[in-house]
Design a protein. Structure first.
Ligand code: SF4
Ligand code: SF4
Length: 379
């Protein structure tokens, strides 16, 4: 195990004990990550998009003033995710970033993008980093397969080359701005599951061997979640036209993921353990890591100010009723009531299940084991 892996394991273990103490003290795990939809506009047409029914239909967006109030009222957290839709379509994205950076509320602000606009991404990165060099800025760029597969899934010719160019430009700029980074997320589907290693080879060759390449199994509330009470289940969440790979392929997919993880730096990754566990969850329909994160360590804010504990359950309140004061809303009777309703469900959703790995001793053990060459890796 190298020193970076050791450092990550040590920090994760330290957080685990800290979070447990806080949970005992306050009754809730402290907020670690917020998913903020800044727009529901998008310039792609991905077959696996799980929110496609809400795209480009005029769902309102919070104003900058409202986002300022929100930024002032959220507790400090590790990661704020600016997502959508395509967040770079929001012309005031630098100001949104700035609102949270100025208040010092997130160690890292992640922008989830399809990478369709390399020039814009480069100029956004330059501006955001010049104004707030101390706040981490990480672009998560979606790439779902080699060129033909990716462009077919995304419904946009030329998307692959543009996404690679966006990655390369952020990597180049990161030499100038140390707190700037980019990584790739690939959604595993029936169409791309045989290309995972080939895609990783391509990224290592054309972007750099240090590329961080994450994965997520295509999600659908119908096939990726179990036990959500019917009255709070978000029914419309699921892809337009894309299935999971066949279960018979899961063992081979797990081996491919392990191959990629073994060649990655760092090797230690809760998300990798989550990937293996989510395959197991779909195969057995049994919970792997209890969801202690939704409504505690992780929350979701939609572009119109609606707030949910996760994306598979319905929003329980709107920030507008709380003067855009997040803390007031997060500790309201409505939020507590909903927490009581989500005690017995489980799902593969990476933002919640991936994080839940870090909240379990079994998860910490599996992270350590998967990072040690020669030891039996996690199942
Ligand atoms: S997955 Fe992202 S980029 Fe693709 S259509 Fe949905 S919101 Fe747009
Ligand atoms: S994220 Fe958690 S609360 Fe939401 S559906 Fe999945 S298991 Fe249930």
């Amino acid at each position: 195990m190298n020193s970076l892996d050791l450092q990550i394991l040590g920090q994760t273990a330290k957080r685990y004990f800290h979070n447990r103490r806080e949970k005992r003290r306050t009754g809730l795990y402290p907020l670690d990550m917020l998913i903020l939809y800044v727009t529901m506009r998008c310039n792609a047409k991905c077959d696996h998009c799980f929110c496609w029914e809400d795209l480009n239909i005029g769902i309102p967006e919070m104003s900058l003033e409202q986002i300022e109030s929100l930024a002032g009222s959220v507790p400090p957290m590790r990661t704020l995710i600016l997502t959508g839709g395509e967040p770079t379509l929001r012309a005031d994205l630098p100001e949104v970033f700035s609102a949270f950076a100025r208040h010092g509320k997130a160690e890292t602000i992640m922008v989830n993008t399809n990478g369709l606009k390399p020039d814009l991404i480069e100029s956004l990165a330059r501006r955001m980093k010049s104004e707030h060099p101390g706040t981490g800025l990480d672009f998560q760029i979606s790439i779902d397969g080699l060129e033909e597969t990716h462009d077919r899934i995304r419904g946009v010719p030329g998307n692959f080359r543009k996404a690679i160019s966006s990655l390369q430009r952020v990597f180049e700029l990161a030499r100038e701005f140390p707190a700037l980074s980019a990584h790739v997320l690939t959604v595993i589907t029936e169409l791309n599951h045989r290309e995972l290693v080939a895609l990783n080879d391509h990224l290592r060759e054309h972007v750099g061997p240090q590329i961080i390449h994450g994965f997520e199994l295509v999600r659908d509330v119908e096939t990726s979640a179990w036990g959500i009470p019917e009255e709070i289940r978000e029914k419309g969440v699921g892809p337009k036209a894309m299935n999971m790979p066949p279960v018979e392929e899961f063992d081979r997919i797990a081996e491919d993921l392990k191959t990629i993880q073994r060649r990655s730096t760092p090797r230690v990754s809760s998300f990798h353990i989550h990937n293996l566990a989510q395959l197991e969850m779909v195969r057995t329909q049994r919970e792997q890591y209890p969801c202690v994160t939704a409504g505690q360590a992780v929350g979701v804010i939609y572009s119109n100010g609606d707030v949910a504990h996760c994306e598979f359950t319905l929003p329980f309140a709107n920030l507008g009723k709380f003067d855009f004061d997040f803390e007031k809303l997060w500790h309201s009777p409505a939020a507590n009531e909903r927490r009581g309703q989500i005690r017995s469900c489980f799902c593969t959703h990476g933002c919640f299940h991936g994080k839940a790995v870090e909240y379990s001793l079994k998860g910490l053990r599996e992270m350590a084991r998967a990072s040690l060459p020669g030891l039996r890796s996690a199942k």
